[in-house]
Design a protein around this ligand. Structure first.
Ligand SMILES: [Zn+2]
Length: 421
């Protein structure tokens, strides 16, 4: 059986080993060594990476007590092969993992909160507690764990006998039944665990709880330890500095300034809506003034944007259309404009609009003009735009892709409507 030297000394970074067997499966090799410092995936801790000879270790796993190293090609040598761990990755995992022990132990000690879930990922680490924690409780938890880091408490590995085990007050029950390995952090934590850990809490450097949220019956805490916490701190410092430059205020005033700007933006949005509504009222008034009068009805047949309409008018020598200088409403505003217009008596609206390669139409009429049925009319004309549409008897809209047919479609709708008056 492979000698698991990561248990004898989790700080071994380089070692030599003999390859005792290998299996090839679909071009990937699964190697067994006589001894290994590569930690296999397990207990929530991801597998190590590194080199066996010049072969890159892609994964390490344990099966029936044996450790298998997954490599994409066989090392040249079989005996006394130089092996090297990706130490940065392993040390990072040991910092996160040991930090989790401490955090879970202190949460239990301070608040009676048991850790019921744990995830150690490549970027962040979470624990789930069985009871919810308040923001104040989370702050104190972070403070207490950092105190234990400053105190540089010892982390020890114990192999208690079954009799000794019965007397121990373990934080959680062991997942295996024999050769139970217990991690003891000073008088703070006593937990069965098969992972790799630091030797002293000081090696953790720093713990930072970056988020907490309600999760199931308790809380989910997202935290970072060691270098991950330091990197996060540096990154956030840069963000704060950038925001400070953008907003031209001191760190202390960043939040209040952001809140003030948000409020101001919201006021401006309301003001813009009011102004837009006023503009649409004005536009509706102008359109109504210049509307064609036919059979006692106001007919407003208009293409948007206005430039498009004017070019069509020139070609057809028509007096239908909007006065120069009008704005080009978007489709939402155009619908509002049509609704405002048909709020007047005996008014018919025929709108065409071209926007970003799409042609749209709105057909609407006041409810005092019977028998037009805009829903039916839009379905009759929309094939010209290679599109479809629908709506109600007095208001219908549609869209299509054949933009170049928009003037022709508008004319067709005009002819159909006026012939029914
Ligand atoms: Zn552990």
């Amino acid at each position: 059986m492979t000698e698991k030297i990561y248990y004898q000394d989790p700080f071994i970074k380089n070692f030599t080993a003999d390859i005792i067997s290998f299996q090839e499966r679909e071009g990937i090799y699964h190697l067994q060594l006589d001894r290994t410092a590569f930690y296999p995936e397990g207990g929530g801790q991801p597998a190590d990476r590194g080199l066996i000879g010049s072969s890159r270790v892609k994964h390490v796993y344990e099966e029936r007590g044996e450790v298998f190293h997954v490599v994409d090609r066989l090392p040249k040598e079989e005996k006394k092969v130089e092996c090297q761990l990706d130490w940065q990755r392993r040390f990072d995992f040991m910092q996160q993992h040991t930090g989790q022990h401490l955090l879970s132990a202190v949460a239990l000690d301070l608040y009676g909160a048991r850790t019921v879930g744990f995830h150690l990922g490549e970027t962040h680490i979470t624990i789930d507690t069985d009871i919810p924690l308040s923001a104040g409780a989370v702050d104190r938890l972070e403070e207490e764990v950092n105190q234990l880091i400053y105190q540089n408490r010892q982390v020890m590995v114990k192999h208690p006998s079954p009799a000794e085990l019965e007397r121990l007050d373990l934080r959680k029950n062991p997942e295996v039944s024999d050769n139970i390995r217990v991690i003891k952090i000073a008088d703070i934590d006593l937990t069965p665990c098969g992972g790799t850990h630091l030797q002293e809490t000081g090696q953790l450097g720093l713990i930072s709880i970056i988020n907490f949220e309600n999760y199931k019956e308790g809380s989910r805490l997202t935290f970072l330890c060691g270098k991950r916490a330091l990197k996060d701190y540096s990154r956030k410092n840069k963000i704060v500095a950038e925001l400070r430059d953008i907003l031209s205020v001191s760190n202390r005033k960043l939040v209040s300034e952001a809140a003030r700007l948000q409020q101001e933006l919201s006021h401006r949005d309301s003001r813009i809506s009011e102004l837009q509504d006023g503009l649409l009222d004005y536009q509706a008034e102008k359109l109504l003034e210049s509307a064609e009068k036919l059979e006692g009805c106001n007919i407003i047949c208009q293409l948007f944007p206005a430039e498009l309409s004017r070019s069509v008018e020139t070609k057809r020598n028509s007096n239908r259309g909007i006065s120069p200088g009008s704005i080009s409403p978007d489709i939402t505003q155009l619908k509002q404009l049509a609704e405002k217009l048909i709020g007047n008596d005996s008014t018919i609206v025929i709108f065409g609009q071209q926007e970003a390669g799409t042609a749209r139409m709105i057909l609407a009429s006041s409810e005092d003009i019977p028998g037009l049925d805009m829903n039916e009319l839009i379905k009759e004309v929309m094939p010209l735009l290679k599109g479809g549409g629908g709506g109600q008897e007095y208001f219908a809209q549609g869209g299509g892709s054949k933009v170049e047919n928009l003037p022709e479609t508008l004319e067709e709708a005009y002819q159909k409507i006026t012939s029914r008056l």
